[in-house]
Write a protein that binds this ligand. Structure first.
Ligand code: MMA
Ligand code: CA
Length: 260
């Protein structure tokens, strides 16, 4: 569009220059001048409008395409999360939004048990956060205590079959919540292991942060013990210990809450 305007200006200047040279000569070429001036400018006007119109159309299509693309990827994401539900009985909490006035005498959370139709499509605004039945909700995750004793690998496979993984612990609050739902007499595998050279790795690939670890005093103590349990030995509190991965222990699974 800018080039069109430049073009028109250049044309006009050329004409006025030539008119100046013509003005010294008699009136005959003057007529010619008017003829020249009106011809190149007037057809460029509809042309410019057409170009502007086309440009506007192009922009409209582009915007429409971007909006459509965003909606489509959102829909795919929702479909995926619905497919991810391997549990058909969920325990859901409604997060009462700021738009709704909280009812007198009621808390800001309501508890509901719903059965999920696998073909159910989530509504636009996802206000229900859910955990499968028998799982415990904390923050944005759900936790399951597996009392079945198995090796670390089998324990992880068991979590994986439920759309979860062995628990990943990142904070004191989370550690406290988890220990609060465990039996002090048992030991539980967590999602921490050493693939070699004491490079501790979380099962979800999140970085291992030394400042948020809860090792028992003197642990980890053995390079051959590459898997981690959380336990509560007598006289000491809850903490982590490295043990052999083939040892059979209970475990804690974790998964993200399902939002409906
Ligand atoms: C001891 C201690 C731990 C080790 C286990 C292995 C009971 O705790 O040495 O560090 O992991 O034994 O069973
Ligand atoms: Ca140990």
């Amino acid at each position: 569009m800018a080039s069109e305007i430049t073009y028109a200006e250049v044309k006009f200047k050329n004409e006025s220059n030539s008119s100046h040279s013509y003005s010294e000569s008699p009136s005959a070429p003057r007529k010619k001048r008017i003829h020249h001036l009106s011809k190149p400018v007037s057809p460029s006007l509809p042309f410019t409008s057409l170009m502007v119109l086309l440009l506007l159309l192009a922009i409209t299509f582009l915007v429409a395409f971007i909006i459509y693309f965003q909606k489509y990827s959102q829909l795919l994401e929702e479909k995926k999360s619905i497919k991810d539900i391997t549990h058909n009985k969920l325990n859901c909490r409604k997060n009462v939004s700021s738009m709704e006035a909280p009812q007198k005498g009621k808390g800001d959370l309501t508890l509901l048990i719903i059965e999920v139709d696998m073909n159910f499509l989530a509504p636009e605004d996802k206000v229900w956060s859910c955990c499968p039945m028998d799982w415990k909700a904390f923050g944005s995750h759900c936790y399951f205590i597996s009392t079945n004793r198995a090796s670390w690998n089998e324990s992880e496979a068991n979590c994986s079959q439920m759309g979860a993984h062995l628990v990943v612990i990142h904070s004191q609050k989370q550690e406290d919540f988890i220990t609060g739902i465990l039996d002090k007499a048992a030991a539980y595998f967590i999602g921490l292991s050493d693939p070699g050279h004491r490079q501790w790795q979380w099962i979800d690939q999140m970085p291992y942060n030394e400042s948020a670890t809860f090792w028992h005093k003197g642990e980890p103590n053995n390079d051959n013990e590459k898997c981690v349990i959380i336990n509560h030995p007598k006289n000491t509190g809850w903490g982590w210990n490295d043990i052999h991965c083939s040892d059979e222990q209970k475990s804690v699974c974790q998964m993200k809450k399902v939002y409906l």
